[in-house]
Write a protein that binds this ligand. Structure first.
Ligand SMILES: NC(=O)c1ccc[n+]([C@@H]2O[C@H](COP(=O)([O-])OP(=O)(O)OC[C@H]3O[C@@H](n4cnc5c(N)ncnc54)[C@H](OP(=O)(O)O)[C@@H]3O)[C@@H](O)[C@H]2O)c1
Length: 306
C-alpha cells in the first residue's frame, strides 16, 4: 500500500513509499483510511520520536475492512475514527477497538479525522480544570486545533473563557465558538481560576502568575518549543497553592472520541477544519501548520479522496 514514511532526506522528513499493509492484532480493526489530520506534536518531534521508515499519523477516519478477531468493536463497513500512536498516514491502518469510535451519519470523515488527538486531549484537559461554571478559564494557543475545541467545551460548561492567541488574525472565529475575551498576549489579563496552556516557554510562566490561590494550569503543550523557568518561591508567595500539572492524554480514547463525534452530529461542536487537501499536498499542510497559518485543523484526504 502507499504510505507516508519518516524519511530524513525528504522535505519535512515526509516521503511517499510502498510499504506492507499493517497486520491487525486480535483486538485491532483494519481500516481503509479516507481522511487523516496532522498534529503539531507528530510533526515537531518526528526526528526524535519516530523511527526512520515508520508511518506517522495519530488520527484517521475511514471504513472498517476487517473487524477485530476478538469480536470487539464495529463490524466491516462501519464508518469509524481512531486514535493510535502512528500509522494513520497510509491507505490502511490498524487501531485497537478501545481507541475507535463509530462516526455518526451526517458527520463527514474529514471532521471526524480532525478530532482524535486534538479533540480527545482538549476534552480530557478541560475535564481536569475543575468546575467550569462561572469561573474565569484561560486557554493559550487557543487558535490551534486543540485550543479551538477546548474553547468550545469550556464555554459550553459555563466558563468565562479567555482565549489567548498570537495575533488578532489568529483569533478569528473564537468569539463565535464561545470565548468571552480574545486576547493577544497576557498583559492586562485579570487573575484566572484555571488555565490550559498549549504554548509553554515564557508564556506558561506568565500563565502560572495569573492563577488565583488554589488555581491550576494544565500544561498541555509546548508549541513554542521553549522550556519554562518558574520561580516557585515567588509563585507560592503570590498565588499560595497554585498547581502546575503536566497533562498527558490517557487511553482508552474511543469513549471520549464518541462523545465528541456525537457533539458534532448534534451541532454542539465544530471540529474547526481550516485546511483540507489531498495527501499529495502533505508538505503544504505541514508547513501551514508549523508556520501557524492553520486556524484549527489541517486534514488530508487519502485513497479515493486523495
Ligand atoms: N499533553 C498531551 O497529551 C497533548 C496532546 C495533544 C497535543 N498536545 C500539544 O498541545 C499543543 C497544541 O496542539 P495543537 O494540535 O492545537 O497544535 P496547533 O494546532 O499547532 O496549535 C498550537 C498553537 O500554539 C501557538 N503557538 C505559540 N507559539 C508557537 C510556535 N512557536 N509554533 C507554533 N505554534 C505556536 C499557536 O497559536 P498562535 O499562532 O495564535 O500564537 C498555535 O495555534 C502542542 O504543543 C501539542 O504538542 C499535547
Amino acid at each position: 500500500m502507499r504510505a507516508l514514511i519518516h524519511d530524513p532526506h525528504a522535505p519535512r522528513r515526509l516521503g511517499f513509499a510502498d510499504v506492507p499493509a499493517p497486520r491487525p492484532a486480535r483486538s485491532e480493526a483494519l481500516i481503509d483510511v479516507h481522511a487523516t489530520s496532522l498534529n503539531f506534536g507528530e510533526l515537531a518531534y518526528m526526528a526524535e520520536r519516530l523511527p526512520v521508515g515508520a508511518v506517522p499519523g495519530w488520527d484517521a477516519a475511514g471504513i472498517v475492512v476487517a473487524a477485530a478477531a476478538d469480536g470487539s468493536g464495529p463490524p466491516v463497513g462501519t464508518r469509524v475514527a481512531g486514535f493510535a500512536p502512528g500509522g494513520a498516514w497510509a491507505e490502511q491502518r490498524v487501531v485497537d477497538t478501545a481507541n475507535l469510535a463509530t462516526v455518526p451519519d451526517g458527520v463527514d470523515l474529514a471532521a471526524a479525522a480532525a478530532l482524535p488527538a486534538a479533540g480527545v486531549s482538549a476534552l480530557q484537559a478541560v475535564g481536569r480544570l475543575g468546575p467550569l461554571a462561572g469561573r474565569r478559564i484561560l486557554i493559550t494557543g487557543a487558535s490551534g486545533g486543540l485550543g479551538r475545541v477546548a474553547v468550545q467545551l469550556a464555554a459550553q460548561g459555563g466558563a468565562h473563557v479567555i482565549a489567548a492567541v498570537g495575533s488578532v488574525a489568529r483569533g478569528t472565529g473564537l468569539t463565535e465558538l464561545g470565548a468571552a475575551e480574545v486576547v493577544v498576549g497576557l498583559d492586562g489579563v485579570a487573575p484566572v481560576s484555571a488555565a490550559l496552556d498549549n504554548v509553554g516557554g515564557e508564556l506558561l510562566a506568565q500563565v502560572a502568575g495569573l492563577l488565583e490561590p488554589g488555581g491550576i494550569v494544565q500544561a498541555v503543550g509546548k508549541a513554542s518549543l521553549q522550556p519554562t523557568t518558574i520561580d516557585f518561591e515567588e509563585l507560592r508567595n503570590r498565588n499560595g497553592n497554585a498547581a502546575i500539572a503536566a497533562f498527558a492524554v490517557q487511553p482508552p480514547f474511543g469513549p471520549d472520541l464518541a462523545v465528541l463525534l456525537d457533539a458534532v452530529a448534534t451541532g454542539q461542536l465544530d471540529a474547526q477544519v481550516d485546511w483540507q487537501g489531498p495527501w499529495a499536498e502533505v508538505h503544504k499542510a505541514a508547513e501551514a501548520l508549523l508556520e501557524r497559518r492553520v486556524k484549527g485543523k489541517a486534514v488530508m484526504r487519502i485513497g479515493t479522496g486523495g
